[in-house]
Ligand binder design. Sequence first.
Ligand SMILES: [Zn+2]
Ligand SMILES: [Zn+2]
Length: 215
Amino acid sequence: GELGVQVFVQQMQHARQELLNARGHAAADRDGEGVEAEVANGVHGEGLGAIAGFECPSGADAGVWQLENIRHFTMELSGLAVALNSECTSVTCPKMKATDEWMYLCAAHKQPQECSAMDYIIHTLDGTCSLLTSAKWFPSRSHIPDSSLKYFQSIARRLYRILSHTFFHHRATFDAFENKHQLCCRFVAFAKFFDLIPPKLLIIPETAFDPSSQE
Ligand SMILES: [Zn+2]
Ligand SMILES: [Zn+2]
């Protein structure tokens, strides 16, 4: 519900501020653009053809680079959750689906549950945020243990479902958000670049978000 989303957004803003502080950008980032520009400007507005924008900067740890990008996408997806909040409810979307072929169980619980789509979205973003800031799995900001890399694929698959639910059930909101932020386009480019999601699971048609695919 409304309150849940507000609390969630506050948590995400808090996490974001911690990230900025940790990276030493707090002073230079009053307008909130600093890390965005640094982390996720790879393919902005240029379509999937420009996936080279996600290449790890030389000298940086590839795992850390993926982690920072995923963390950033998680925060951007929370903005999409806010945009969906008034129209995606337990009445309109009592189960988390993209197409009718699959129903997704929410993995944020001890036993996976049939959460409503909005609950699934919030629980997934919240769980991802905690996992990525976990000192147990990600103790260092300069290196990711091999045993933790495996999480990136399952995280990416779950985050992608937020986009696919929005596309198949809230198309107008998907289009408006995508026009403004190119989030799906950048996320898919990122997932492809690092092989995080098998192509057959990328079910949103690329023509819906990639201008270059229509040419
Ligand atoms: Zn929905
Ligand atoms: Zn849940």
